[in-house]
Design a protein around this ligand. Structure first.
Ligand code: IPM
Ligand code: MG
Length: 354
């Protein structure tokens, strides 16, 4: 089982290394063998090859069962010309791999409810919601241009969606909702945007084939507020690319830290990309401070969705929960009376627990 490993920039390498430790433990425990193959993407790829997404990287990902990814980007490459930024490598890889469904589960371990900025009363009973974010269209991939106009410039990022793009992600969301509490919220801005109205139209049609799922609609501004006000009203949230990007960062704070949110990006086959939702955090890179849990949980999703190793996936997730319940904390989720550990120690503890 070949896994392409893209460590990336900033804290990417150190967090990915911890996820690989966890996967090595899985190899031992489940008597299987993973073949890890390194590939470049992002700023480090620009430095070494001149482009953020070398062709060999795409080829490696395509010939693998899955890709495990750290994070890309950093101030060093902020002045790169458009199309040659580290982030363009990530978007290009998502596109090349056809991964239109981005699953971002926000799970609050009860022991971490004090680490969250929200009142414990709001988070009572833990939290388990899932954002299904469309990943290959919308403003990220619509028509873009900057033109000179009289007295200045004009920039455009068009939000574009086809009914086909909406339907395929909607079907994924309904299927996922069926495996959970059968509740789906479509988040949009249908009071203003034509694209959102098309989303409602298409999702309503897909709902006719999924009558067992309770579907409701919510404007994105209200959803942003409701996530903080009463997060328990949500189970599966379906939304377009940019709203999903923004709401998933917000949802991460419900779990205590952005360092806790994993993600899986899937297309029509099982070859997925697995990455934490957070960025490359250049300010703490190389200091053994980063929380590796989002990446380790992403590796669990890799086991579940691409390698179909559900037992191993649950084993990794349980190991993370166990280490948290034993009181170990990285600095982002640290509270008084707990045991502060660095990135590597957290990775070692989880790997040993597996
Ligand atoms: C994410 C990130 C990326 C995105 C960036 C790095 C391009 O913020 O995965 O949420 O916007 O998709
Ligand atoms: Mg983001």
């Amino acid at each position: 089982m070949k896994i392409t490993v893209i460590r990336g920039d900033g804290i990417g390498p150190e967090i990915v290394d911890q996820a690989i430790k966890a996967l090595h433990s899985v190899e031992k425990k489940y008597n299987c063998k993973f073949e890890f193959s390194d590939a470049l993407m992002g700023g480090c790829a620009i430095d070494e090859t001149g482009v953020p997404l070398p062709e060999e990287t795409v080829a490696s990902c395509k010939s693998s069962a899955a890709t495990l990814l750290g994070a890309v980007g950093g101030p060093k490459w902020d002045n790169q010309p458009a199309n040659l930024r580290p982030e363009d490598g990530l978007l290009g890889l998502r596109k090349a791999m056809g991964v239109y469904a981005n699953l971002r589960p926000a799970t609050l371990f009860e022991e971490l409810s004090a680490a969250s900025n929200l009142k414990e009363s709001v988070l009572k009973g833990g939290l388990d919601l899932l954002i299904v974010r469309e990943l290959l269209s919308g403003a990220y991939f619509g028509k873009k241009e900057v033109v000179e106009i009289e007295g200045g410039k004009k920039a455009t990022d068009a939000i574009e969606y086809t009914s086909h793009e909406i339907e395929r992600i909607a079907r994924v969301a309904f299927d996922i909702a069926r495996g959970r509490s059968r509740k789906l919220t479509l988040v949009d801005k249908a009071n203003v945007l034509y694209t959102s109205r098309l989303w409602r139209e298409v999702v309503a049609k897909v709902a006719e084939d999924n009558k067992d799922i309770k579907l409701n609609y919510m404007y994105v501004d209200n959803a942003a507020m409701q996530l903080i006000n009463d997060p328990h009203q949500f189970d599966v949230i379906l939304t377009e690319n940019m709203f999903g990007d923004i709401l998933s960062d917000e949802a991460s704070m419900l779990t205590g830290s952005l360092g806790m949110l994993p993600s899986a990006s899937l297309g029509d086959n099982s070859v997925g990309i697995y990455e934490p939702c957070h960025g490359s955090a250049p300010d703490i890179a190389g200091q053994d401070k980063a929380n590796p849990i989002a990446t380790i949980m992403s590796a669990a999703m890799l086991l579940r969705y691409s390698l179909k190793m559900e037992d191993a996936a649950e084993c990794v997730e349980k190991a993370v929960a166990k280490i948290i319940s034993k009181g170990y904390r990285t600095v982002d989720i640290m509270e008084e009376g707990k045991l502060l550990v660095g990135t590597k120690a957290m990775g070692d503890l989880i790997a040993a627990e597996i």
